[in-house]
Design a protein around this ligand. Structure first.
Ligand SMILES: [Zn+2]
Ligand SMILES: [Zn+2]
Ligand SMILES: [Zn+2]
Length: 99
């Protein structure tokens, strides 16, 4: 069981910043190697800024089923394991989460 860290986090990975039905992914920081609900949660809880992971690693975790995926799988817009839809608005933050 991988923990998704965040502020006011719920059981599928929604936090105080992003809490719509489809805000269920966790994103991994390359420096601390932990998954967070969003970069705002990471930066509030850690002593360093979020460091993006390479796209061909497993920087994304589905908060619904815990499936870990690379950027290519994530960018299809839903979980390849449980088919939960992801929030398409996360695209505007790609440069924060992936390199
Ligand atoms: Zn970190
Ligand atoms: Zn957050
Ligand atoms: Zn899933």
């Amino acid at each position: 069981m991988t923990t998704i860290h965040g502020i006011n986090i719920d059981k599928v990975g929604r936090c105080r910043h992003y809490h719509q039905t489809n805000d269920i992914v966790g994103l991994k920081c390359d420096r601390c190697q932990q998954y967070f609900a969003c970069y705002k949660c990471h930066n509030a809880l850690k002593d360093h800024y979020f460091v993006p992971c390479a796209k061909n690693t497993l920087p994304v975790i589905c908060g619904n089923c815990q499936h870990k995926m690379n950027f290519q799988e994530y960018s299809r817009g839903c979980c390849p394991h449980c088919q939960s839809a992801f929030n398409p608005n996360c695209h505007v933050h790609y440069n924060i989460y992936f390199k």
